[in-house]
Design a protein around this ligand. Structure first.
Ligand SMILES: [Fe+2]
Length: 156
C-alpha cells in the first residue's frame, strides 16, 4: 500500500514555521527543482509515459514549494495504480522499492526534497534508468485501462 509519513512540527511563531523532517535510515538525499510544468521522466517522442523504478532505493518525498502530482504503479499492491498530489509542506510520500513512478509539476513548478534510503547495491546509474511504458505490456495496460485512485497530501 501507499505509505504516508508524518513529521513533527517544532513550533509556530509569528511568520515562522519550524519542522523536523528527518527520515530514519535515510542515507541519500536529492533535491529536484522543476521551474515550470515539467514531467519527470519526460514522455517519449510519441507521448508515451515513461517511469522510474528503483530496485534498491526507497523514496521519501516532501514538496518544499509548489505542487507536484505523482503517478505510481505497483503490482504488489491490492490496487496497483495511484495518483498522489503533494502540496507544499504537506505530508511525506514513501515510494517503496519496485514502484514505477513519474511526476508532473504545477504550472509554476515545484521543489521536492527526497530523503531516500538506498541499499548498498544501488547507484545513480542503476536506480535512474528510464522505463518506457510502451515496452512493458503490464505497465502499459495498467495505465491505459485502469483509473488511478487519488490521494492528496496536504496539511492545509
Ligand atoms: Fe524516485
Amino acid at each position: 500500500m501507499i505509505e504516508i509519513k508524518i513529521y513533527k512540527k517544532f513550533r509556530d511563531t509569528k511568520d515562522v514555521r519550524f519542522f523536523d523532517i528527518s527520515i530514519a535510515d535515510s542515507n541519500f538525499r536529492d533535491l529536484v527543482i522543476h521551474s515550470g510544468p515539467a514531467t519527470s521522466p519526460p514522455n517519449d517522442d510519441k507521448n508515451n509515459w515513461q517511469f522510474y523504478m528503483h530496485q534498491n532505493q526507497e523514496d521519501n518525498l516532501l514538496a518544499i514549494s509548489g505542487g507536484r502530482t505523482f503517478f505510481l504503479v505497483n503490482f504488489g499492491w491490492e490496487y496497483p495504480f495511484y495518483k498522489v498530489r503533494l502540496e507544499s509542506c504537506g505530508l511525506i510520500l514513501k515510494i517503496p522499492r519496485g514502484t514505477y513512478h513519474r511526476s508532473i509539476s504545477d504550472k509554476n513548478g515545484s521543489i521536492v526534497l527526497n530523503q531516500a534510503v538506498r541499499d548498498r547495491e544501488g547507484t545513480v546509474e542503476s536506480e535512474f534508468q528510464v522505463i518506457n511504458s510502451l515496452e512493458n505490456k503490464e505497465l502499459f495496460d495498467c495505465i491505459n485501462i485502469l483509473e488511478p485512485k487519488t490521494k492528496l497530501l496536504s496539511i492545509k
